[in-house]
Design a protein around this ligand. Structure first.
Ligand code: ASP
Length: 328
């Protein structure tokens, strides 16, 4: 078997984080150059050739359209290059959910694309980055990893970017996946898929956004009024995601203001501030009458990303937006 050739796109994050000492809490995400990370990894003797390409060296809280555009372009080039077998993206964990889902929505599935991060800086005691990275190499090198969409490797698990979210601020086991479970378990020595590839031969579902339409997340709170909705419309929001209570609820005046926004052509998606669970249509809020969209299994961050992509692709009418949320 020939050695797989893996493109490693670096963006920074804690996996490339350098601290002030092995036992301190403070560190700088992206403090370590990608080349140094890849050198450390190559020293582990993994059965893959790694080709580093640095996109950025930032904390993922600062990531945005420019980095996403560069990542999308680099992935597109690598997907067309017969000399590249798979792609790894090193990324901060804070927004891995957003980048992963954006690329999942806008890239085809014929080669493995694996995102990887870490919860502890590279020089911290018990750093998890090298293990996660070695696991990502194992996944990206496996032809069985193609046809599954963009994946996230963290904590010895392989998660579909579509389903993954960060659910803990600092524990190593920080990511959860809903409504589906992990796609595989992985260690540097083993990889066990739980089923066959489910998206074989899929083309990109949507075009990559030529710009980022302003889509806001509004978190509902007891006793709030409709003014925040009006403020968002006042600054030109082109879409609103409600991080609602329970199944996407909010005080009546807020729901009424959101319905007015929807009637004026600003799509409104009801998600939830609750950690996990479906938001279905027409449960306590009459979406059919009010022209609103239910986010189903998507939490606010991924609901916002999907709405951004839809608006950028000219899809704003409530029924079409709902069909996308139901079908992705
Ligand atoms: N703030 C960091 C980042 O997202 C956290 C991490 O990587 O875990 O870049």
């Amino acid at each position: 078997m020939t050695t797989p050739r893996i493109l490693v796109l670096g963006t920074g994050g804690t996996i490339a984080g350098a601290g002030t000492g092995a036992t301190g809490a403070a560190y700088r995400p992206g403090g370590l150059a990608l080349g140094t990370l890849v050198e450390h990894l190559s020293a582990l003797g993994l059965a893959a050739e790694l080709v580093p390409q640095e996109i950025a060296r930032i904390g993922s809280q600062d990531i945005g359209w420019a980095e996403w555009q560069a990542l999308h372009a680099a992935c597109t080039t690598a997907l067309a290059d017969p000399a590249i077998d798979g792609i790894i993206i090193t990324h901060g964990t804070d927004t891995a959910e957003e980048t992963g889902f954006l690329l999942d929505l806008t890239l085809p599935t014929h080669k493995p694309i694996v995102m990887v991060g870490a919860m502890r800086a590279a020089d911290a005691v018990g750093a998890d980055g090298m293990r996660n990275f070695a696991n990502a190499v194992k996944v990206a090198s496996d032809p069985q990893a193609a046809g599954r969409g963009v994946m996230l490797v963290m904590g010895d698990a392989v998660l579909a970017a579509r389903d993954a979210r960060k659910a803990a601020t600092s524990s190593i086991d920080a990511f959860r996946t809903f409504p589906r479970g992990p796609l595989a378990r992985v260690t540097p020595a083993t990889l066990d898929w739980f089923g066959p590839p489910h998206r074989t031969g899929e083309l990109a579902r949507y075009a990559f956004p030529p710009e980022l339409p302003r889509v806001a997340i509004l978190t509902a709170g007891a006793g709030m009024d409709e003014k925040p909705v009006e403020a968002l419309l006042g600054i030109g929001a082109r879409g609103i995601v409600l991080a609602g209570m329970g199944q996407g609820n909010a005080p009546r005046v807020v729901i009424e203001a959101l319905a007015r926004a929807a009637a004026s052509g600003v799509p409104v998606v009801r998600s939830t501030r609750v950690d996990e669970g479906l938001v279905d249509r027409n449960v306590e809020v009459d979406d059919d009458v009010l022209g609103l969209v239910a986010a189903r299994a998507f939490g606010p961050a991924r609901a916002r990303m999907l709405l951004i992509v839809l608006i950028a692709n000219g899809i704003t009418e409530a029924a079409a937006v709902q069909a996308a949320f139901d079908g992705v």
